[in-house]
Design a binder for this molecule. Structure first.
Ligand SMILES: [Zn+2]
Length: 276
């Protein structure tokens, strides 16, 4: 065997070992998935391991409107394995200005099924469970228990408090967003971890009813910005990247384009999480 042959053999063996290692690491992802998610996989904070976590994750999204649309679309595009989405409304013409998961021919269809169709077209890998009902009671508890992370994209206080209560009970991380007029806000609650406050530490359940977009108006991209940040925070939690917004409330004034951060503390007398 010549020196050149020996060198070639060593090279082949070396690449054989590398190739075996790569195939054992990536055995759950096919070539199309490696390509589809390549821009995330190349990030050191994500890598193959993080992408596998995303593909194995189950996210519950409550609300398929202005926040739920971009949040669900980015999570599906990023490769979240399972998305469960609840909403009891149908698509109306006045929704289309901001609820980007729905298209003009979808007017009159159930929002969850319109969203499901959009997500499947975006990424057929994703398993989407779409349920047309208001998520309450035992079903809410069961869905929160089954999810890795919950995104609150709802538009009323009673749903928000009920979601929060279930998340505290089962210690499921909650990514909460709200948008109205030219304003938005977002926070992350991780019950049972890092002395996290909960939604009820921030807002009292005997307060006023939430202001809605239908009575106050909302400029289109505000819901897109906040919903997209909700998706980003969920991804960060799943792959353990960076610092989540736990204990911080991020506020956006879209007119001045100023962001403010408010530090949130757990309220030891909070009726939901105070005793924990
Ligand atoms: Zn609390």
């Amino acid at each position: 065997m010549s020196a050149n042959d020996n060198e070639l053999l060593h090279t082949v063996k070396f690449f054989g070992i590398i190739s075996t290692l790569i195939s054992s690491i990536t055995r759950h992802m096919n070539d199309n998935q490696l390509l589809r998610y390549s821009r995330q996989i190349m990030l050191p904070q994500c890598d193959i391991e993080g992408q596998q976590k995303l593909l194995s994750a189950h996210v519950l999204i409550v609300g398929a409107g202005g926040l739920g649309s971009p949040a669900a679309m980015y999570l599906a595009a990023a490769g979240i394995g399972r998305i469960t989405i609840y909403d009891n409304d149908e698509v109306e013409l006045s929704n289309l200005q901001r609820q980007i998961a729905h298209n003009t021919p979808d007017v009159g269809l159930d929002k969850v099924f319109s969203t499901q169709q959009t997500l499947k077209n975006l990424n057929p890998d994703v398993e989407v469970k779409a349920v047309k009902e208001r998520l309450t009671g035992e079903t809410l508890e069961a869905e929160v228990l089954a999810a890795d992370i919950v995104l609150d994209c709802s538009d009323n206080f009673s749903t928000r408090f009920a979601i929060n209560q279930a998340c505290v009970k089962y210690q499921t991380p909650l990514v909460s967003g709200a948008a109205i007029r030219f304003e938005g806000q977002i926070s992350v609650f991780t019950p049972g971890k890092n002395n996290s406050p909960c939604y009820n530490c921030l807002y009292s359940s005997d307060g006023e009813e939430l202001q809605t977009c239908s009575t106050n108006g909302v400029i289109a991209p505000i819901t897109g910005i906040i919903g997209s940040i909700q998706a980003l925070e969920a991804i960060k939690l799943i792959i353990s990247a960076g610092e989540p917004l736990t204990g911080r409330l991020l506020l956006l004034d879209g007119l001045t384009m100023e962001w403010r951060t408010m530090r949130l503390k757990k309220n030891i007398t909070c009726p939901t999480c105070g005793g924990l």
